[in-house]
Design a protein around this ligand. Structure first.
Ligand SMILES: Nc1ncnc2c1ncn2[C@@H]1O[C@H](COP(=O)(O)OP(=O)(O)OP(=O)(O)O)[C@@H](O)[C@H]1O
Ligand SMILES: [Mg+2]
Length: 353
């Protein structure tokens, strides 16, 4: 395989070495996943690019170390340089059914109100954007839309019309759309069956969304109409369940899990929010274990999170060194990794990039 006499390194040698390196989440090698690009060989120097399935990849460091080690083991290699790029794979059902440029739709739900869905959705979206993913957030809580406030958007930042569609305003690098922009302040709206269906669908189809890697959808509380409507209107790539750490967490999480399963929405996992002295810790993680779904991460109760929400300044955006901001970043990575795995499992025969 190697030309030992002259020690000339070939592209084939490099690919052979990298075919022994595993993608740690997908459990397949980098070469068969078609993740290695742009191999350059200059004497003993080898450079190549690894194309990740998400820019928010938690295991980039490990892959880099493994790849460098594997290629360095080739005779004649003195120096290895790894570059990273990322292409998020599209959930083909979305483009197929709606003809919108969004690659993945992620619903954030809970069995109970007030557990922090909107807070998690906002900080998750901002964290994904900060890690380099093209991200949007859609407020599907059409009864009590509060994403605009949490993202610091006022009525001075309404969506603007273009070619018969609405262009969503951008805050903290995230495209934002909410029924809250379209309803005059203080006006209550009662949506019934078909109207609700139409309204939710329009938030996808009549909005000039950019080419988003991830659209995070903040759901209203409970497992009612809106969840059903969402899943019937658009293909949802995966669902995240937010839960507090109390004892009832298991019951609440189970309700959301059953709802997602009925709607054939893959569950990405459970997030524990508001952990700490007041509510304790670990209940949602235990629920995840009992229900056999991944545990995605824990966010502690922190006044700065609430203040950030009230002031429209998400903690991830304004205080990146805060331990909870960092916890949201780890959550974003866990979510992105799960989406890569879920899309891979749903279409393993397809090339991943
Ligand atoms: N980890 C946290 N630490 C401190 N406060 C938090 C935390 N998570 C959420 N909050 C606060 O709790 C309140 C409820 O959060 P949020 O609105 O995100 O919940 P929700 O599940 O979306 O509620 P609803 O069911 O009404 O949509 C808000 O005031 C928010 O700022
Ligand atoms: Mg909410």
């Amino acid at each position: 395989m190697f030309n030992r006499k002259t020690n000339t390194i070939t592209e084939k040698d490099v690919l052979a070495a990298l075919s022994k390196v595993q993608e740690p989440e997908l459990h397949r090698d980098l070469v068969s996943l078609d993740m290695v690009k742009d191999i350059r060989i200059d004497g003993g120097k080898v450079a190549f690019t690894i194309v990740l399935t998400t820019p928010a990849c938690p295991l980039r460091g490990q892959m880099e170390r493994d790849a460098v080690e594997a290629v360095k083991a080739l005779p004649g290699v003195e120096e290895v340089q790894v570059r990273f790029d990322a292409t998020v794979r599209a959930d083909n059902r979305i483009t197929g059914r709606l003809n919108i440029p969004i690659k993945n739709i992620v619903a954030v739900a809970s069995g109970k109100g007030g557990v922090g869905k909107s807070t998690v959705a906002v900080n998750l979206a901002v964290a994904l954007a900060q890690q380099g993913a093209k991200t949007g957030i859609l407020d599907a809580d059409i009864y009590g839309p509060n994403i605009p406030t949490m993202m610091g958007l006022t009525r001075d930042h309404l969506p603007s019309p273009r070619d018969g569609k609405l262009v969503p305003p951008v805050a903290y690098g995230v495209e934002v759309m909410s029924m809250g922009f379209l309803i005059p302040p203080g006006q209550a709206v009662i949506w019934r069956g078909p109207l609700l269906h139409g309204a939710i669908r329009q938030l996808f189809t009549d909005v000039a969304w950019g080419e988003l890697d991830y659209l995070i959808v903040d759901m209203p509380p409970g497992t009612g109409d809106a969840t059903l409507t969402l899943a019937q209107s658009v293909p949802v790539t995966g669902g995240i369940i937010v839960s507090t750490p109390q004892n009832v967490a298991l019951e609440d999480a189970e309700k959301s899990l059953i709802a997602f399963q009925k709607l054939q929405v893959p569950v990405l996992g459970i997030v524990e929010n508001m952990a700490g002295d007041v509510f304790g810790e670990g209940g949602a993680e235990r629920a995840a274990r009992r229900l056999h779904v991944p545990f995605l991460g824990r966010i502690y109760l922190d006044r700065a999170i609430r203040q950030g929400g009230d002031l429209g300044r998400p903690i991830v955006a304004i205080d990146p060194n805060n331990p909870q901001a960092q916890a949201f970043h780890r959550l974003a990575q866990a979510v992105a990794a799960r989406i890569s795995v879920v899309s891979f499992q749903s279409a393993p025969e397809l090339r991943i990039i």
